[in-house]
Write a protein of this length. Structure first.
Length: 179
């Protein structure tokens, strides 16, 4: 954990009807001083929306050779490389070579994020999916984040229903292809 990091706890009730995932999670998330609340919320949502056995947060900003969230199988092999924000093309290229599946969740304008990758070498770009949310959704959630958080996250038909600390919001999950 980075010096000066603030620990946030999320008690999550996850009901992802689309994938048949129903879990109660307790997440301890270290927010680096240079990390925004919007980035942290996107990181927590990415973890929940990609939840599977072997999923974990990386060391965060200090881990230059790992994504924000990753998943490994029982042998330790990297199965999912899950980036958050606006990673550069080189990171996507590297992650796509290491993992079976590469995904990006962004709290930024997806057109601008994807435009930064245009024309750059990325391994298997056709298999990488960029996920975004409705405008204002992440910012609204980031505005109610506290050190201790209760969160109910439901997903059905690519629609996210989020209750965070008593505040409810809804967003679509929009998938963007790199090719």
């Amino acid at each position: 954990m980075a010096v000066g990091a603030v620990i946030h706890t999320f008690a999550v009730q996850l009901a992802d009807v689309d994938r048949g995932v129903y879990e109660e999670l307790t997440l301890r998330v270290a927010r680096h001083p240079s990390e925004t609340d919007a980035f942290m919320v996107t990181r927590v949502l990415a973890y929940c929306l990609e939840f599977e056995d072997g999923i974990a947060f990386s060391e965060g900003i200090s881990a230059t050779d790992e994504p924000a969230v990753l998943a490994r199988d029982l042998t330790g092999r990297l199965t999912a490389w899950i980036e958050v924000g606006a990673p550069d093309a080189a990171r996507l290229h590297y992650g796509s070579k290491l993992a079976d599946r590469t995904t990006v969740y962004t709290h930024r304008d997806p057109a601008k994020v994807a435009a930064a990758w245009a024309g750059k070498p990325i391994h298997r770009p056709e298999s990488i999916v960029l996920h975004s949310f409705d405008p204002g959704f992440i910012e609204a959630a980031a505005g109610v984040v506290e050190r201790r958080n209760t969160m109910t996250l439901s997903v059905t038909e690519h629609q996210v229903y989020l209750e965070l600390n008593g505040t409810t919001s809804t967003s679509g999950i929009h998938d963007h292809s790199l090719v």
